[in-house]
Design a binder for this molecule. Structure first.
Ligand code: PLP
Length: 383
């Protein structure tokens, strides 16, 4: 007989299916002949043989794993990679985590306590929200990229310890946080400022060092979080900032302390990818330029691309059904682009998320353009 929990799970899954919100893992497919607009490997480093070769030449021991770093450091590449990241980001230090998710949850849990107030953009990534919940701090969500709302909410807590956290480039909307004004508010209110550069690192800034650098805010941002899993196409997350905070994280961050560290094969791959980006400083700006032209043509065709200013371009359809229909239509035209539905995006704002990457050819761009022209009438008709 099924337990009451199993019956509840069955009902929840049934409800998700009824509302076109049921998720399943897509079958693995070689994307032979398909245009991949579902990748976070924005610079195509996943297929870069120079990186593969450089990584292989760095692996000294087996590629297997040993233990959490506080128990037994398994490779000299940990500190080499952390030094490389700190130099790239222009910070005193860096600390590796096993993923961007582990970095966000581990950093926030370590730094915030019950009496801390954390101001978080309403569209921040789930790992930031989870970190705040884990810390037990008071979470105050401000309207997306709305500086007036942030300012008015922060003024309600003059005497509290405060942290402001924002994504730099929003992963489902492709817009950029108003970091200059957020940094000013952080400075005026004595708040710690943490910026998640998961989607901007590797592409924006000089040689991909990120939006914080591009906006000349290195002195105003206390914590940069990044992931090695997007433009760098590896695995792992990182903190970049002061030695003081790094030492504190080593002592207090539970996702760092209580989890076995990455194996050397991953460290080597990550290190080779960071070095490759630093030696090829034009990759990011070329992608940004291509995306700029493509966004303009989508807007001209009448698509709602929200506030996107980047290579992440949402085609906002509103209903989940239409997002799925558009994603299916694109698949038939050899274009991979996922439908994104609630709870990843707010109810009524379902979309197809296009992510452009550096390897898209002129011919492929032309095919994308023709395909979107073909769908504009039914996608943009009021439902
Ligand atoms: C803004 C943001 N932060 C953090 C993460 C987590 O990074 P990772 O995939 O390395 O766990 C993601 C991943 O989607 C993200 O979009």
């Amino acid at each position: 007989m099924k337990t009451s929990i199993e019956l509840r799970l069955e009902k929840d899954l049934h409800d998700l299916t009824e509302n076109s919100l049921y998720r399943s893992i897509p079958e693995f497919k070689h994307n032979c002949g398909m245009i991949d607009c579902a990748t976070n490997s924005y610079l195509n480093l996943d297929t870069n043989h120079q990186i593969e070769k450089a990584a292989n030449s760095m692996i000294s021991t087996t590629s297997g794993n040993l233990a959490s770093r506080l128990i037994r450091s398994g490779s000299p590449l940990f500190s080499e990679l952390e030094c490389e990241i700190a130099e790239w980001k222009g910070t005193e230090s860096a600390l590796l985590f096993n993923s961007g998710y582990a970095a966000n949850t581990g950093i926030i849990q370590a730094l915030a306590r019950r009496s801390t107030v954390v101001f978080s953009d309403r569209l921040n990534h789930a790992s930031i929200v989870d970190g705040i919940v884990l810390s037990g701090a008071k979470m105050v969500r401000y309207d997306h990229n709305n500086i007036y709302d942030l300012e008015s909410k922060i003024n309600d807590f003059p005497d509290s310890e405060k942290i402001i956290i924002t994504d730099a480039l929003f992963s489902m909307d492709g817009d950029i946080a108003d970091l200059v004004r957020i940094a000013r508010i952080a400075d005026q209110t004595g708040s710690l400022l943490m910026v998640d550069e998961a989607h901007s690192s590797g592409v924006y800034g000089h040689a991909g060092n990120g939006l914080v650098h591009e906006m000349q805010l290195s002195d105003s941002v206390d914590i940069i979080v990044g992931t090695l899993s997007k433009a760098l196409s590896g695995v792992g997350g990182y903190f970049a900032g002061s030695r003081l905070i790094r030492n504190y994280l080593i002592n207090k961050s539970r996702s760092f302390i209580y989890s076995t560290a990455l194996p050397e094969s991953c460290l080597a791959r990550n290190l080779a990818a960071v070095r490759y980006i630093r030696h090829h400083p034009r990759l990011g700006s070329e992608l940004i330029e291509m995306a700029h032209e493509f966004r303009a043509s989508l807007t001209e065709m009448g698509y709602n691309i929200g506030a996107s200013v980047s290579y992440i371009i949402p085609i906002i359809t509103g209903s989940a059904e239409k997002a799925i229909a558009l994603s299916d239509y694109l698949a038939k035209q050899n274009i991979i682009a996922p439908a994104i539905r609630t709870p990843t995006v707010p109810v009524g704002q379902s979309r197809v998320r296009l992510s452009l990457h550096h390897g898209i050819t002129r011919d492929e761009l032309a095919h994308l353009q023709t395909t979107f022209e073909g769908a504009s009438l039914w996608v943009n008709a009021d439902s």
